[in-house]
Design a protein around this ligand. Structure first.
Ligand SMILES: Cc1ncc(COP(=O)(O)O)c(C=O)c1O
Length: 404
């Protein structure tokens, strides 16, 4: 079958892509040309059940009509203005975010990693201004993931992996402690620490939810030392884990947090959300971004968040997350099923998770693997029990095929 736009076959599109794109080794061998709700269709007409949602982005399902309409209308009105003038969708989205989270200010970025850069810059400047020039150290967690730009990749507590290897020297001023181990963080915090930064649920690192005591303990530790508590909600935010932000589930408020992925409803949009105290640190001239508050991205984000509220995606994430995790325990060779809401991980004892991912794709289910033992699933937040049952049945078949 030929693609609609250029009359090319699937093989031709893959060949062109493999020839001209940087090979960073992530490809699913399919060409997605249509997508609707919880399914994507490739140029061969094959339909796949989508349990990765463009890596936790398409939370309302693919091509939600409300988002598509908002994007079309905004693109016809004004597409880009830069951060100099005011624009309507940016204002409305910032208001919605602050009112939903009870925070004071937002700065929009294009991605998760950029949002983390902005938060890290703020924290270092805060530390230096409050305590002195050496107070720029940030303690993050081992197995964390914060992005691919220099501060974010150094914040990522995986020095032994390809994320950091070969890019040394990294940005100075980061230390790693054991996730869910308060003592380890206490030991890592020094007189030079300005902040602690963690994901409430580690996603890329293998789906490890924080314990309530751990996050509460980090809050107390930060208050005791007068340093900032920063949450990376890039993957966990916007109802993925049930609440608008995962920190709400734990009842632990950070001083600032980042978001991206689902925020833009499928368009590139991230942001850092700050209390007034932190917002004052990034004063005029100290930060910026050409595409910040892009009207089309913000219109998509406004439609996406309102759509998620309207469709009660948070409640569905809680209910389906619980149901799905229970069903996943019935898979063969499972060591542990983890997660919060619809950020779900399955760890196998001795089955190759990457091979399971590939088999699942052949069996028309899209999932991701975070290591050779762990499958991570971040489906649209609109999935039903039927979708979960279908995904579990395909995974069961796929694991059995890999074990043969
Ligand atoms: C927790 C977390 N932070 C940051 C990022 C980086 O986001 P982006 O790929 O939009 O730069 C990711 C991406 O997976 C993430 O999961």
């Amino acid at each position: 079958m030929k693609s609609k736009d250029f009359g090319l076959t699937k093989e031709e599109i893959m060949e062109i892509s493999d020839k001209y794109l940087l090979d960073i080794g992530y490809h699913f061998p399919i060409v997605i040309e249509d997508a609707k709700g919880c399914y994507v269709t490739d140029t061969n007409g094959d339909e796949y059940l989508d349990f990765y949602a463009g890596i936790a982005v398409n939370s309302l399902g693919n091509c939600d009509e409300r988002i598509v309409k908002a994007v079309k209308e905004q693109a016809e009105q004004v597409m880009h203005v830069s951060l100099y003038p005011y624009n309507v969708p940016q204002a409305m989205l910032a208001k919605l975010i602050c009112e939903t989270t009870g925070f004071d200010r937002v700065f929009f970025q294009n991605s998760g990693t950029e949002s983390n850069e902005a938060m890290i810059k703020m924290a270092r400047k805060h530390g230096v201004e409050k305590f002195g020039p050496d107070h720029y150290e940030i303690v993050t967690a081992k197995k964390s993931f914060h992005g691919r730009t220099y501060a974010a990749l150094t914040a990522t507590g995986q020095p032994e992996t390809a994320i950091q290897a070969g890019f040394f020297p990294n940005l100075p001023g980061f230390k790693y402690a054991e996730f869910n181990n308060l003592e380890s963080f206490r030991e890592a915090v020094s007189d030079n620490t300005c902040a602690i930064m963690v994901e409430p649920v580690q996603g890329e690192g293998g789906v490890y939810p924080a314990s309530k005591e751990f996050l509460q303990g980090l809050r107390e530790l930060c208050d005791e030392k007068g340093i900032l508590l920063l949450f990376d909600e890039v993957q966990t935010g916007w109802f993925r884990c049930g609440e608008p932000m995962a920190w709400m589930h734990y009842g632990v408020r950070p001083d600032a947090f980042t978001m991206a992925k689902a925020l833009g409803g499928g368009l590139p949009l991230g942001g850092v959300v700050l209390t007034e105290k932190c917002a004052k640190v990034l004063n005029p001239g100290s930060h910026g971004c050409t595409f910040s508050g892009n009207p089309v991205c913000c219109a998509a984000g406004y439609a996406a968040i309102n759509g998620m509220i309207e469709d009660k995606c948070g409640e569905n994430a809680k209910e389906m997350g619980e149901y799905f995790r229970e069903q996943l325990k019935t898979l063969p060779n499972v060591k542990e099923v983890r997660g919060l809401g619809l950020l779900v991980g399955v760890e196998f004892n001795d089955v190759d998770a990457v091979a399971v991912k590939v088999k699942a794709m052949e069996n028309k289910l899209l999932v991701t693997a975070t290591s050779n033992r762990i499958i991570r699933m971040v489906p649209p937040l609109i999935i039903t029990k039927e979708d979960c049952d279908k995904a579990v049945a395909i995974l069961k078949k796929s694991v059995e095929e890999v074990m043969k």
